[in-house]
Ligand binder design. Structure first.
Ligand SMILES: Nc1ncnc2c1ncn2[C@@H]1O[C@H](COP(=O)(O)OP(=O)(O)OP(=O)(O)O)[C@@H](O)[C@H]1O
Ligand SMILES: [Mg+2]
Length: 300
C-alpha cells in the first residue's frame, strides 16, 4: 500500500508548469529517490507534498491509516535549511519539537533520541554556527524526525557536502530507512543507486522513468564489452558496427565500449575476428552498461 500518492499534480508559475501532471506513488517502508537535473521540478514537487505550497491542479492522498492533516506525518529537510547559529544543536532540535506540538517532556525525550540517532550526542551543546556542513545536515535530519513522522522528505540532502559529509549522510540514510520511509531528491544517480529502493526520474516537470532500482537495472542495463587495443580501432570498428549483434559503439581514443544484443554471440565473433587480434589487444572485458548511460541519455 502506498504512503502518499499524487494524481496529475501540477504547479504553474506565470502559466509555465514547473511540475506538470505528475502522478506518483511512494511506497511505505522504503527509500525513494526523486532524481533529475537542476530545474526539473523536484523541490516544487516536494514542497507540494509537504503542504508548503499549493498545487495549481491535481490531488495528493496520504495513506488513510494515518488520520488527520498529512503534515503531522511528514518530516522535512529543505534544500537550503536555515539554522539559528546562536542556538546549540540541542536547543535547535527541542525548539523544533515544541514547534511540532510536542509537550516539553516529550520534546526533551525525542531530542535526546534523535541527537543520538544522527550522531550529534557529543556536539549537542556546541553552537550551530560552529557545526560543519555534514553536522548541520545531520541536525536538519534530527529536526525533521523529531515528531516521529511516517515519511521523511529530504530535499538534496547531500548535494552541498564534501565527500566526507556526503558519506556520513548516505550512511545515516541507510540507518534511517530501517525506521522511516524516506523520499529524497538528488541530481546524482550514484546516490540514488546507493540508498534507494524506488526511483523516479524527473525532467522538465514530468516523471519520465520510474520503477524499482533492480527492475530499472534489469530493464536498462545492457551487455557490453570494454575493448582496448594498442593500434587505432577506427577502420575495424566501421566493419563491426554493421554486424547484427552490435547495438551501439562508443570509441574514446583507444578504448571502445561496445553494447551488444547478447554476450555469447558477440564474444565468439569478436574473439574469432583476426583483424581485432592484429590491433593488439590490451584489454577485453565483458561488462554491463550502467544506469548512468541511461540517465545521461534521458537528461540530454
Ligand atoms: N516561486 C517560483 N516562481 C517562479 N518560478 C519558479 C518558482 N519556483 C520554481 N520555479 C521554477 O520551476 C522550475 C522547477 O524548479 P525547482 O526548484 O522545483 O527545480 P529542482 O528540480 O528542485 O531544481 P534544483 O536541482 O536546482 O534544486 C524551475 O524552472 C524554476 O525556475
Ligand atoms: Mg531543488
Amino acid at each position: 500500500m502506498s504512503l502518499i500518492e499524487t494524481a496529475r499534480l501540477t504547479k504553474k508559475y506565470n502559466g509555465n508548469a514547473a511540475v506538470d501532471t505528475v502522478s506518483l506513488s511512494i511506497r511505505e517502508g522504503v527509500c525513494t529517490a526523486l532524481l533529475g537535473p537542476n530545474g526539473a521540478g523536484k523541490t516544487t514537487t516536494l514542497n507540494m507534498l509537504t503542504g508548503l505550497i499549493k498545487p495549481t491542479e491535481g490531488e495528493i492522498d496520504f495513506n488513510k491509516n494515518y488520520a488527520g492533516d498529512r503534515r503531522k506525518h511528514i518530516g522535512y529537510l529543505p534544500q537550503y535549511p536555515k539554522f539559528y547559529g546562536w542556538m546549540t544543536g540541542e536547543e535547535y532540535v527541542s525548539f523544533s519539537a515544541e514547534l511540532a506540538g510536542l509537550s516539553k517532556k516529550k520534546a526533551k525525550e525525542s531530542t535526546n533520541k534523535m541527537l543520538s540517532l544522527v550522531g550529534l550526542e557529543e556536539d549537542r551543546r556546541k553552537k550551530v554556527s560552529g557545526y560543519s556542513g555534514g553536522m548541520k545536515q545531520r541536525l536538519g535530519i534530527a529536526q525533521a524526525l523529531v515528531h516521529e513522522p511516517k515519511l521523511v522528505i529530504l530535499d538534496e540532502p547531500v548535494s552541498a557536502l564534501d565527500p566526507i559529509g556526503r558519506r556520513e549522510i548516505l550512511e545515516l540514510m541507510k540507518t534511517l530507512k530501517q525506521h522511516t520511509s524516506i523520499l529524497f531528491s538528488t541530481h546524482v544517480l550514484h546516490d540514488a543507486e546507493e540508498v534507494s529502493d524506488d526511483i523516479f526520474i524527473m525532467k522538465k516537470g514530468k516523471i519520465i522513468i520510474e520503477g524499482g532500482l533492480s527492475e530499472l537495472q534489469q530493464k536498462y542495463q545492457q551487455p557490453a564489452f570494454f575493448i582496448e587495443t594498442e593500434k587505432a580501432m577506427d577502420n575495424w570498428l566501421s566493419s563491426i558496427n554493421e554486424k547484427s549483434w552490435v547495438r551501439q559503439s562508443k570509441l574514446d581514443k583507444k578504448k571502445l565500449t561496445l553494447t551488444v544484443e547478447e554476450v555469447d554471440t558477440a564474444r565468439d565473433a569478436l574473439l574469432k575476428d583476426p583483424m581485432l587480434h592484429k590491433l593488439k589487444l590490451l584489454k577485453f572485458e565483458v561488462a554491463k552498461t550502467s544506469l548512468e548511460d541511461l540517465f545521461m541519455k534521458v537528461m540530454r
